[in-house]
Design a protein around this ligand. Structure first.
Ligand code: SF4
Length: 232
């Protein structure tokens, strides 16, 4: 990772959000690269390589952060390894401070079923915070269609909690646009997508979704939880 002098701020993010609202995703990524240079990174959950494909073509060698919570499906780890082999990226796998075994010993087994908020904080939010510290901006694959809580996602925003710029190049994309891009460019996809998992997180907190149901309804199903806390 490349330590950088922090650049950006709320005014820059608001101006960019206005000016780039109708811009193609590649143009938004190019703006981010020109503005933040080596201070730009991206995150990927390895549900697919759509954002990786887009970003690596505009910013070859871009730093990609993957959070290995210790609870991923084997298919997700396999997708990560395939993505690292196929695309021109620099992959950084980030792990929580405690392994699952250490967490079980310290806090009891199956924390994810007893206190998913704390589990997500320890295994996702804190590690991501640590991973993002050297950077000024990060690219995400958030889309307005994902959920009600994401429907106002701007293409560029100021992340006050982390004091950095968050860039969402495909915020406006519909599922049809996603599908068309992936088919046209032969984008790598996590095989679970073909097994009724339209949204893929940790294995204990991700269920299959029946055709026609909300694609994210399989995440933390039955708990009322809809976000891990990374994007709140
Ligand atoms: Fe823990 Fe589930 Fe959150 Fe993964 S998604 S960090 S297993 S609560």
């Amino acid at each position: 990772m490349n330590p950088t002098t922090p650049v950006g701020g709320p005014e820059l993010a608001e101006q960019a959000a206005r000016e780039l609202e109708d811009a193609p995703a590649q143009e938004i990524i190019a703006w981010a690269s020109e503005t933040f240079g080596p201070g730009l990174c991206m995150t990927s959950s390895m549900a697919d390589a759509l954002m990786v494909d887009l970003a690596a073509k505009v910013v070859p060698g871009i730093d990609v952060i993957f959070l290995d919570t210790g609870y991923h499906f084997p298919e997700t780890i396999g997708t990560r390894d395939a993505v690292e082999s196929v695309y021109d990226i620099t992959l950084h796998t980030i792990e929580p401070k405690r392994t699952v075994t250490e967490q079980d010993l310290a806090l009891g087994p199956r924390l994810h079923s007893r206190n998913p908020e704390l589990c997500c904080h320890l295994r996702k939010v804190e590690p991501l915070q640590r991973a993002l510290e050297p950077y000024s901006a990060w690219l995400t694959g958030l889309r307005r269609e994902d959920s009600v809580t994401r429907r106002d996602t701007p293409v560029v925003q100021w992340d006050e909690r982390r004091r950095m710029t968050k860039v969402n190049p495909i915020a406006r994309w519909t599922q049809d646009q996603v599908d068309a891009y992936m088919a046209e460019h032969g984008v790598l996809v996590n095989p679970l997508r073909y097994d009724d998992y339209p949204s893929i997180g940790c294995e204990p907190c991700t269920k299959r979704v029946a055709p026609g149901e909300d694609p994210r309804s399989g995440r933390w199903a039955g708990t009322g939880k809809t976000e891990c806390g990374i994007h709140l």
